[in-house]
Design a protein around this ligand. Structure first.
Ligand code: IPM
Ligand code: MG
Length: 357
């Protein structure tokens, strides 16, 4: 059966990097991979064209697709819009509407880029962490929320951190399944010393591992300590699992350990195995349209798509090998450039990966 892939370029550097990722998909299709690509609007681009950051047609196409590949959303020109119309809202609504509760954010350091990290090479060499972030609950979606005016006229902003047990259980199972394929070490991150909601998180994490995954070595860290440990000795971690907001923060931190946020892809999965795949970097409006963005995170997101939603692990391996090859060949976009390497554009990098394939 033909697998349907929805492409959502979005804003900023999104269209440039997605063009390169689509080249890779086209190349695989040309070799016989049975896929069909569709394109849609999301984020600021969708707002400009239709007046909303997630048009109903885009949502419908995403529901019907086996997988969605997204570039990035957001930009300064939309920052003054009402929060409900901001580009980010399009992405959040897509995650929520499709039930994409499990966000996998690998932080893997390509050995060729060890010098690009701001941390000492011995601290990061060989780094391979998987952060599993809960993506459709917690404070991002909790009700009530808003900005209200108190009786004395002062305004007050409020959000709600809430997790039901089933939400904690299912993200724990995803994290445990991944840990079982790796080193069987899972670190659950919470703030159980202060927040009741994450006291429950810790309790459920402990129960799931004890009852269902006795082979996993489970540890718990408070989020502040986890942030410190990530920078101090990141190689102590195998798989980390955490709430929506803590995962947002820790995954940026982990990404930077690898030298460039331009190298990392991500997968967001629902219970049906449908996935949204996106680089973890943002829309980088400051370099948009200059053909200098790094398309490797988008290309590696395609590899994750092949592995998690299209059940083509061999093709995923091929893409990762091809990326490794171009790095071995010394090709670098400006964000990962170092002495003695060859600077290439976004499009040249995409072409090089296709050639290496
Ligand atoms: C991310 C981003 C998003 C988030 C924004 C763009 C809404 O920072 O994917 O990490 O906060 O989840
Ligand atoms: Mg983020």
């Amino acid at each position: 059966m033909t697998k349907r892939i929805l492409i959502l370029p979005g804003d900023g550097i999104g269209p440039e990097i997605i063009t390169e990722a689509a080249k890779v998909l086209d190349k695989l299709a040309g070799e016989g991979l049975d896929i069909a690509l569709d394109e849609g609007l999301v984020g600021g681009a969708a707002y400009e064209a239709t007046g909303t950051p997630l048009p109903p047609t885009t949502l419908e196409m995403a529901r019907e697709a086996d997988a969605t590949l997204l570039g990035a959303v957001g930009g300064p020109q939309w920052e003054s819009l009402d929060i409900s119309m901001r580009p980010e809202k399009g992405l959040l609504a897509l995650r929520s509407e499709l039930g994409l509760f499990a966000n996998l954010r690998p932080a893997v350091l390509a050995p060729q880029l060890a010098a690009a990290s701001t941390l000492k090479p011995e601290v990061v060499a060989g780094l391979d962490i998987m952060i599993v972030r809960e993506l459709t609950g917690g404070i991002y979606f909790g009700q009530p929320r808003g900005i209200r005016t108190l009786a004395d006229g002062e305004r007050e902003g409020f959000n709600t951190l809430v997790y039901a047990e089933h939400e904690i259980e299912r993200i724990m199972r995803v994290a445990c399944d991944i840990a079982m394929q790796r080193d069987k070490r899972l670190c659950s991150v919470d703030k159980a010393n202060v927040l009741e909601c994450t006291e429950l998180w810790r309790e459920v994490a402990t129960r799931i591992v004890q009852h269902e995954y006795p082979d996993i070595q489970l540890s718990h860290l408070y989020v502040d300590n986890a942030a410190m440990q990530l920078v101090k000795w990141p190689k102590q971690f195998d798989v980390m699992v955490t709430t929506n907001m803590f995962g947002d923060i820790l995954s940026d931190c982990a990404a930077m350990l690898t030298g460039s946020i331009g190298m990392l892809g991500s997968a967001s999965l629902n219970e049906k195995g449908q996935g949204l795949y996106e680089p973890i970097h943002g829309s980088a409006p400051d370099i948009a349209g200059q053909n200098i963005a790094n398309p490797l995170a988008a290309i590696l997101s395609v590899a994750m798509m092949l592995r998690h939603s299209l059940h083509e692990p061999a093709q995923a391996d091929r893409i990762e090998t091809a990326v490794n090859q171009v790095l071995d060949d010394g090709l670098r976009t400006p964000d990962i450039l170092s002495v003695g390497m060859t600077e290439v554009s976004c499009a040249e990098m995409g072409d090089a990966v296709c050639a290496a394939l």
